[in-house]
Design a protein around this ligand. Structure first.
Ligand code: FEO
Length: 176
């Protein structure tokens, strides 16, 4: 079971993950309005992933006899000056999430909560991938620098992304 401080922090993290889904859906709407369906699709897949991240915290709390507390979620940024700004905002957000996960890992260490540490390990690794994917696309956008043909090609590339649910375990622990 999580200690009170760690439980509160887990609920806070659950909010960050669900907020991430909200933010990336807002970006999907922006890209759709810019006639960039590949970018929009990539963001929708990202939002689906974030929902599974939030659900992992929900399930872990339930499975360890804790108490979930769904906190209010702020409205995300909906408008961006250009595609590159959306990915800059996304990368900054992922860096924030990484520091938040690292903080949880420190707290779990102080509580000697080994189950929480093992659970959080998945997120530590996941955040490397999250930052890396935003950073990579950001670099591509910087290289394209306003070239519309390059933007169309990148749109096609990003449209290939498909949603792959994360491995089982603290994902959907609903039993009949
Ligand atoms: Fe769930 Fe993108 O952090």
């Amino acid at each position: 079971m999580l200690g009170k401080k760690l439980q509160d922090a887990f609920n806070e993290q659950m909010k960050h993950e669900f907020y991430s889904a909200y933010l990336y859906m807002a970006m999907a709407g922006y890209f759709q309005s810019e006639d960039l369906p590949g970018f929009a699709s990539w963001m929708r897949v990202q939002a689906l992933e974030e929902m599974t991240h939030g659900e992992k915290f929900f399930n872990f709390t339930c499975e360890t006899a804790g108490r979930t507390n769904l906190l209010p979620i702020d409205g995300p940024q909906n408008n961006f000056s250009e595609p590159i700004e959306a990915f800059e905002v996304g990368l900054q957000h992922e860096k924030f999430v990484t520091s938040s996960i690292n903080n949880l890992m420190n707290m779990a260490g102080k509580e000697k909560n080994y189950a929480a540490q093992i659970f959080l390990q998945w997120f530590v690794t996941e955040q490397i991938e999250e930052e890396s994917s935003f950073s990579l696309i950001l670099k591509k956008l910087q290289r394209i620098a306003g070239d519309s043909r390059g933007l169309m090609m990148l749109d096609q590339e990003l449209g290939q992304r498909v949603f792959v649910p994360p491995p089982a375990g603290n994902t959907i622990a609903v039993s009949a």
